[in-house]
Design a protein. Structure first.
Length: 381
């Protein structure tokens, strides 16, 4: 009998999701919003559909009626709205003590009445020192414990209102800032979270304190820290400066990581808005080379999706099977690729050399799997 192994795209553990592309789409004006025009402009820029549309809502300022306008833009576009829900004016203990309950409950009722799925990510980047709920913010009284409890408190209100059309997103910043902040200490628990995400930026040399960082230098520490949280993972905010390095090469390198050692990442959302001097040139189209690299990266990930083979099973035509110490792979077309083995935390256990495969069955020398593994093809162009 062949030992059955799960084959997936390697994009995240346990669940095979097609790779999704999203963005804060930017646009003209100081405070651009994801209007239909701005969404279409970004789709025209990248030459393909946008799956996830980012929107920022402020407690007490943006009620559900304000959010619904952009939820409808996403729905009409066949996309999902991802709401970064910002509790400005509240520290974590304020939320735990119920000081924002009326607003939260009204928002929950609006979401329930809307009916369509949205993703909510409250209290994002709590391991920083720049938000009122940030553990690292001096004098705010925030701790990992009360930030986690504040997140749970918000979710509980939605559960009390019978809301079932929300995916809850917990987000850590790619690096800590401020005393007491940790990458995962404010995680509220699996019962309260559907997806986990990371926000991170390569500031390049756009600031006096910043320097050029590779994609891995920005994200690897946080990605590794999340290895033991068994939830689908995506990058909710990302961008790179043009100053101090090659932005196009940075983007190309990012997608190469998604195809290999960052395989848990099932979606990436570019923050496409160049801001004033105190921030960075975050827009995607700061150069044509950057846009071209983004397009090529999307095509790369879609190609990997399209080379997905059938899940392994007991049938003789299974795509992967182990027999007599060999890994047998079946593919329906010729391709140049390597086979990558992951564990369910997304860690690379082994990778074969790149080689040309013809259509048919191939026997590959692979290390013995000590536990259930995920196998994928990393296709080379």
């Amino acid at each position: 009998m062949f030992k059955s192994l799960l084959f997936t795209l390697g994009i995240l553990p346990m669940t095979a999701l097609a790779f999704q592309v999203g963005a804060w789409v930017g646009g003209p004006g100081q405070y651009p919003q994801p209007t239909q025009e701005n969404v279409q402009a970004f789709q025209d820029l990248q030459g393909t559909h946008i799956d996830l549309i980012s929107y920022f809502a402020l407690f007490d300022v943006n009620d559900w009626n304000a959010t619904e306008e952009f939820a409808n833009v996403a729905k009409d576009n066949g996309s999902t709205l991802v709401v970064t829900w910002m509790a400005n004016g509240y520290n974590a203990q304020d939320l735990v003590d119920g000081k924002a309950d009326e607003y939260i409950r009204d928002y929950a009722k609006g979401v329930k009445g809307y009916g369509e799925e949205i993703w909510l990510r409250p209290l994002h980047e709590a391991n920083g020192d720049w938000y009122d709920w940030g553990v690292g913010k001096a004098g705010a009284g925030n701790t990992d414990a009360n930030v986690a409890e504040a997140f749970r408190h918000i979710v509980k209100i939605f559960k009390e209102e019978g809301v079932t059309n929300v995916k809850w997103v917990w987000t850590t910043n790619a690096s800590n800032a401020g005393k007491g902040s940790t990458l995962t200490g404010n995680y509220p628990g699996d019962e309260y979270v559907d997806y986990i995400s990371i926000d991170g930026y390569n500031w390049g040399k756009c600031q006096s304190w910043s320097s050029w960082q590779t994609f891995s230098q920005v994200f690897k520490k946080a990605y590794n820290a999340l290895a033991n949280i068994n939830k689908p993972l995506f990058i909710a905010e990302i961008s790179s400066s043009e100053l101090g390095g090659n932005k196009a090469e940075w983007i190309a390198d990012m997608f190469e990581h998604f195809a290999t050692d960052f395989s848990r990442v099932f979606a990436v959302m570019w923050f496409s808005q160049s801001k004033e001097d105190n921030e960075g040139d975050w827009a995607l189209n700061t150069s044509q080379a950057a846009v071209d690299a983004w397009k090529a990266g999307i095509a790369k990930m879609k190609a990997i999706d399209n080379t997905a083979l059938k899940p392994a099973g007991r049938a003789s035509n299974s795509s992967f099977r182990l027999q007599d110490g060999k890994l047998y792979m079946q593919t329906g077309k010729a391709l140049k690729a390597s086979v990558v083995q992951f564990d369910y935390q997304g860690r690379v256990l082994w990778q074969s050399p790149v080689q040309h495969f013809t259509a048919g069955v191939h026997a590959i020398d692979a290390p013995k799997a000590k536990a259930q593994s995920i196998y994928k093809l990393s296709v080379k162009r």
